[in-house]
Write a protein that binds this ligand. Structure first.
Ligand SMILES: [Fe+2]
Ligand SMILES: [Fe+2]
Length: 171
């Protein structure tokens, strides 16, 4: 009789990965909501930053989904929470910073849990996401600092400068 080889507790990893999927989905929806509203208010560079980061969060979602399927689980496509209808620019960046900080904390914990569960590959994935979310936090923090120092005129000036650049220069 051949003993079944058990590499790890797959269900534990799958649950952690799906929790992260839910958070990434919520981030994609929330950041696109911010993108539309900032664009509508004429703050194009900040609006573009939110779209770029939303796309990166979608990439995270994809990496998590691939790992879940590899572990023979299924992907739960349910956002962790509803989109908050925040439209004021400073409140937007504050919310985004809080979401990234939560992500960093959660993924650090998930990496430790995966390590305890002998799932080194999921651990590495979570560690990579921690690095990305820290970068996102830093980008939002810089915007927040400038808004605090110079007010909304900073965002307006940023839009004016972006608009004055040669066409085709900015994606
Ligand atoms: Fe993410
Ligand atoms: Fe992020």
């Amino acid at each position: 009789m051949v003993a079944e080889v058990t590499l790890m507790d797959r269900t534990k990893s799958i649950a952690l990965l799906n929790q992260a999927v839910a958070d990434e989905l919520q981030a994609v929806l929330q950041y696109m909501y911010f993108h539309f509203h900032l664009d509508d208010q004429g703050f194009s560079p900040l609006a573009a930053l939110f779209k770029r980061i939303a796309i990166q969060e979608m990439g995270h979602l994809e990496a998590l989904a691939e790992r879940i399927l590899f572990l023979k689980g299924d992907v739960e496509m349910n956002p962790a929470g509803p989109v908050e209808k925040i439209t004021e620019p400073e409140a937007i960046v504050e919310k985004a910073k809080a979401m990234e900080a939560d992500g960093v904390r959660m993924y650090n914990e998930a990496a430790l849990d995966c390590s305890a569960n002998a799932d080194a590959v999921s651990k590495q994935l979570f560690e990579r996401l921690v690095g990305d979310e820290e970068m996102h936090y830093d980008q939002f923090d810089k915007q927040h600092d400038n808004i605090k120092r110079f007010g909304l005129s900073y965002l307006a000036l940023q839009s004016f400068q972006a608009g004055g650049e040669a066409p085709g220069g900015e994606a």
